[in-house]
Design a protein around this ligand. Sequence first.
Ligand code: GDP
Ligand code: GDP
Length: 436
Amino acid sequence: MLPVVSIVGRPNVGKSTFFNRLIGRRKAIVHDEYGVTRDRHYGETFWNGRDFTVIDTGGYLPNEMNVMIQGIREQVHIALEESDLILFVVDTKDGINTLDKSVAELLRQQEKPVIVVPNKADNEERRFNATEFYELGFEHLFPVSSINGTGTGDLLDKVVEMLPPESEPEPPSETPKLAFVGRPNVGKSSLLNALLNDERAIVTDIPGTTRDSINSNLTYKDKEYVLVDTAGLRKRAKVKENIEFYSTIRTDKAIRECDVAVLIIDSMRGFEEQDKRVIREAEKFNKGLVIALNKWDLVPEKDTNTVREFEDYIYSTVPQLYYVPIITISALNKQRVHKVIEMAETVMQERKKNISTSDFNDFLENMLKEKPLPMKRGQQLRITYATQVKSNPPVFKFFMNSPHELPPNYRKFIEHKIRERFGFLGVPLTMVFRQK
Ligand code: GDP
Ligand code: GDP
């Protein structure tokens, strides 16, 4: 888990400009807030050999003074919970103002290390004047210009020095990890609680897990699992945009950590934009996937076709999900909640599957007979040999002439055929094509 550095401060001091300066050309994860004037960002960067996550806590704040102060308080509170180090950005052009003072007060009441960053110190005079911010009561102060980059190197040296010492990488654990992910209010915590109360499953908190994730152990049918927590902090947030933003960060972390991600969807709301992002993340990191349609109790007048209709709806909304199993549950009524674990277990087993090279080449031969490869530039495309080079997650390697000529639809066809023959339910497949 990377250390987290949060940028806090009142509006217009240059937080987002400063964030962009720190993240540079590295890709920031943009959280688009529909209907809100600006995007929120977080991203990863490195300096002096340390990797860390930077969060721009900026985002939207209401214009009205009282509400704005409340909004800033909430941002600071969340930043404190989420971070190892706070960068408190102020504006050398404006000097200290009331809002700066109230942020400073909040930061002084707690233990997390703080560095004051007087921004817009574009010239000698402003850099000199930046010392006035010592009045805010913090020991560390590094003026910068986010526009021209002055001072950022010295600041980053200090940041890295003040980060908590690098922890030993945890030995890879054999215990499979499940993450319940999904938008706020879909029922993630309710599902956890329902499992807690399902006498077939035993859930216990793992003490001493990192500050911001409270993982649990789950024993089900004599097998142990780790449930990666994604709920936590949002309970404290009141501003909807904050809840959404931080739940995105949580979700991304949880997906990276897990073996199987269970995407929970509210049956009443259906598939939403954020859900597609979760799917993309899970596929990017080759994690197993299960979709759980929760709040099934609210679906009116169900008959034997209702499940099928919902499945059809999901598979037609996001056709790429054709390989992902869908289950319907009610966390509230504890209906089929143990199915979530069983399905995740199935996917986990599928992810570990190894196909022998001879079976795979039999399969290849039949597939090529069924649908011969096309001609490209007057040349017959040929796959001569293929093998599964890795499992958990699975990777297949194909040797062929002119791999770059392979049409994308043939690639898809191969994937469909592999699944038809070998399964791999809920498991993203990696296929590489090499010149032979
Ligand atoms: P935020 O609301 O704190 O995220 O502030 P923004 O990053 O949106 O910046 C507010 C304004 O300050 C913008 O017009 C920026 O171009 C400007 N700004 C940001 N950093 C600097 C800087 O280092 N020097 C100068 N002169 N202007 C800056
Ligand atoms: P989270 O934000 O994803 O952790 O969602 P919560 O578990 O806090 O649930 C949000 C709301 O949905 C709460 O009011 C729950 O009582 C309700 N809820 C959760 N699961 C179900 C369900 O299966 N059926 C119904 N009717 N309500 C549910």
